[in-house]
Design a protein. Structure first.
Length: 132
């Protein structure tokens, strides 16, 4: 039995995702730039809105999301517990998911977060290919 979190309705570009990302809230603008990085992580990236936030998939399997809160943006990874995180950015203690918080006005370890995004994509691509 597969443990992958599948969304058969994921598409190349989703109008609801675009509408969410187009919001005027400054934190949504931060989230938008990181969602663009998710989109650029591979030609197989699809997207949709899930639980009120933009979600990126490898084909139809969720690998990451962004969300904007009152004081921070989260970039979350569905299999984040399996990712190597030499910069120590990942937070959370669940079985699988981890997230990175980006706080308004605080420096962001951009290169390290970009590396996590690429690693999450590669990891999920491997899982999809192996039929996990």
């Amino acid at each position: 039995m597969s443990t992958l979190f599948r969304f058969p309705s994921a598409v190349r570009r989703d109008a609801e995702v675009q509408a969410w990302l187009s919001g005027d809230d400054p934190l949504r603008q931060v989230a938008r730039s990181w969602f663009e990085r998710l989109r650029e992580s591979g030609p197989d990236v699809r997207e949709l809105m899930h639980d009120g936030h933009p979600t990126a998939c490898v084909e139809d399997v969720a690998f990451a999301y962004v969300d904007a809160f009152k004081a921070h943006v989260s970039v979350g990874f569905y299999e984040g517990a399996a990712l190597e995180d030499p910069a120590g950015l990942l937070e959370g203690g669940g079985k699988r998911m981890r997230h990175v918080k980006i706080h308004w006005g605080r420096p962001v370890a951009e290169a390290a977060l970009a590396d996590l995004i690429l690693a999450a994509h590669r990891d999920m691509r491997r899982r999809v290919d192996s039929g996990e």
